[in-house]
Design a protein around this ligand. Structure first.
Ligand code: MLT
Length: 416
């Protein structure tokens, strides 16, 4: 008999962004007269930088030659990429980690899910509410969720993030083993300052917890006093894994490349109390289940660290922040509660009319042809909000702003 993983029954029937895509497919099928502008999933419009394309073309050529051909690569990633990440993302910023703790992957989302393999099913998990839905879904698949009670799982601790507290998560009053922190945050766009991160590192040390720090959006931070890496906090290496991605910085959502940092001083325990380095477990897991990100994508990622590549990252992220900041202004001027759009490509907008997230989502889709992501899809605390993504062309964003602006204006008059 084929026995399947019962945990799948505990999941929502579809993943948030799949559900949105299905609704949008129907919208297109029905041939609505308003052409769709997508501001839902955080997918970049492209294009990739010329230096990245050149590096990938060259990598393809390498494969055509017997002397430069590459077959299976090192599972942990090529040293050319790990070295440059170490130098540019960490050493240059005064962070002391070494290349042997950097693991190249096919993206942050995969690492987030795969990390569950090295952690016990008995670990108690805490997530920010609202948060990127994969954190919870991954843990449900692994069996760390408990029972579904209403919209929440009994074994998961939800760290409320509220507007009055800049969407910083509150510390749990119980002991948890795994804490997911995302900064700049998806979906709220809020960035955790050093003082906040210090609290979490302290909590993790006192409670023997692991912080999984998702910094996929760090390249969007413009305020120089805000931390880009959790390792800017003293002692963080003993408690945190950091996960990064080239998706939103180099346009790699389709190419696929990211990396995780798993420090050697970070240790866990087997059920018999024996201590073990998480780095060695992760290495064991990756060497067994992963053959490495492709040589071509790693050469492309390496090119992002050249002068031209860095300039392209800055230009690309500036463009999306610009779009997001204009979206932010639009909603702010209309009296909505808004965050993001400054050090983040996302705008998180709470409506003043008491409409549910899905009501706003449907209204904007039907009346303006704009797809957003309903805030409640990210957690109970997201109810009443929508998330808009600045990942678009300027023309599309301007068009969207015009349409939404008109709707906001009409709605204001109607609600008087
Ligand atoms: C999002 O829209 O939240 C992200 O694009 C999803 C992802 O990075 O997987």
């Amino acid at each position: 008999m084929i026995r399947v993983n019962d945990n799948f029954r505990e999941l929502p029937s579809v993943y948030l962004f799949t559900q949105i895509s299905r609704i949008l497919a129907k919208y297109r099928e029905e041939e609505s007269p308003i052409p769709l502008i997508r501001m839902d999933i955080g997918d970049v419009p492209g294009p990739i930088a010329n230096c990245v394309a050149d590096a990938m073309h060259k990598a393809v050529n390498d494969l055509t030659n017997l002397n430069s051909f590459k077959g299976y690569g090192p599972e942990q990633g090529y040293s050319f990429l790990r070295e440059i990440i170490y130098l540019k993302d960490y050493k240059e910023r005064g962070i002391d980690i070494d290349p042997s703790v950097i693991f190249i992957s096919d993206g942050a989302k995969c690492d987030l899910g795969n990390l569950g393999d090295i952690l016990s099913k008995d670990c108690k998990v805490a997530v920010m509410d609202p948060s990127y839905p994969a954190y919870i879904d991954d843990n449900v698949i692994d069996g760390r969720e408990g029972k579904l009670e209403g919209n929440k799982y009994s074994a998961i601790t939800y760290l409320k993030c509220k507007a009055e507290n800049n969407f910083y998560p509150e510390l749990p009053d119980n002991q948890v083993d795994i804490i997911y922190l995302c900064s700049p945050n998806n979906p709220t766009g809020s960035v955790l300052p050093k003082e906040e991160l210090k609290k979490w590192v302290k909590y993790a040390k006192e409670n023997h917890s692991l912080i999984i720090f998702d910094s996929a959006y760090e390249a969007y931070i413009r305020h120089t006093d805000l931390p880009k890496s959790i390792y800017e906090i003293e002692g963080a290496k003993e408690v945190a894994i950091e996960i990064r991605s080239f998706s939103k910085t180099g346009g790699f959502t389709g190419i696929r490349c990211g990396y995780s940092v798993v420090p050697k001083v970070l240790t866990g325990y087997y059920s018999n109390g024996d201590k073990v380095e998480l780095n060695s477990l992760w290495s064991r897991r990756q060497t067994t289940k992963f053959n490495g990100a492709s040589y071509i994508s790693q050469r492309g990622a390496e090119a992002l660290y050249t002068d031209e590549g860095r300039k392209s990252v800055k230009e690309m992220t500036d463009r999306f922040i610009y779009n997001a900041s204009n979206l932010r202004k639009l909603f702010e001027d209309a009296g909505w509660s808004v965050t993001g759009g400054t050090d983040s490509p996302y705008v998180w907008a709470g409506n003043p009319f008491g409409m549910s997230s899905y009501e706003i989502f449907e209204t904007l889709l039907k009346e303006c042809g704009i797809s957003t992501t309903p805030g409640s899809g990210f957690g109970e605390e997201g109810e009443g909000y929508i998330r808009l993504s600045g990942f678009n062309t300027k023309d599309n964003t301007d068009r969207a702003i015009e349409r939404i602006g008109k709707w906001l204006n009409d709605t204001k008059h109607k609600s008087r």
